[in-house]
Design a protein around this ligand. Structure first.
Ligand code: HEC
Length: 110
């Protein structure tokens, strides 16, 4: 009996891990990928934002991270795999890229 009870407790705790939804996982990954969170530059929902302001020849300039909510999937993935930008390279898996894409383009997110 004790054994079955222990088994039951174990099973429920394993199953409970599935109770985090796809959206929750996506949000977590967006704000805490392996590296600096996407939200810190692109905004909480990928709406884009100004990262820094600076002066150049007396003119105020802005460094912006663009909105990433309306890109097609190919462009989104390509941006994550290039090296030559302000944005860090993350080395994400295809699955992680899919999930991030799901997050920033999701209607629930609006
Ligand atoms: C340090 C700030 C910074 C962080 C952190 C960052 N980005 Fe970016 N991102 C940028 C900037 C700036 C650009 C504009 C183009 C460039 O410099 O490459 C950009 C461009 C992009 C683009 C291409 C946009 C377009 O219109 O082509 C995508 C997609 C993107 N980022 C997604 C992400 C995702 C997803 C994350 C998190 C895994 C992330 N970024 C983290 C700064 C950042």
């Amino acid at each position: 009996m004790k054994f079955f009870l222990a088994l039951f407790v174990l099973m429920t705790s394993i199953l409970a891990e599935d109770f985090i939804t796809k959206m929750e996982y996506a949000k977590m990954l967006y704000s805490n990928p392996r590296g600096i969170g996407c939200n810190l530059c692109h905004g909480e929902k990928g709406e884009g934002m100004v990262i820094a302001k600076y002066k150049q020849k007396g003119q105020v300039k802005e460094l912006k991270a663009p909105a990433i909510t309306k890109l097609d999937k190919k462009k989104f993935a390509q941006a994550l795999e290039k090296n030559d930008s302000v944005m860090p390279r993350y080395y994400l898996t295809q699955n992680e890229i899919e999930i991030l894409y799901f997050y920033v383009t999701s209607e629930v997110n609006r």
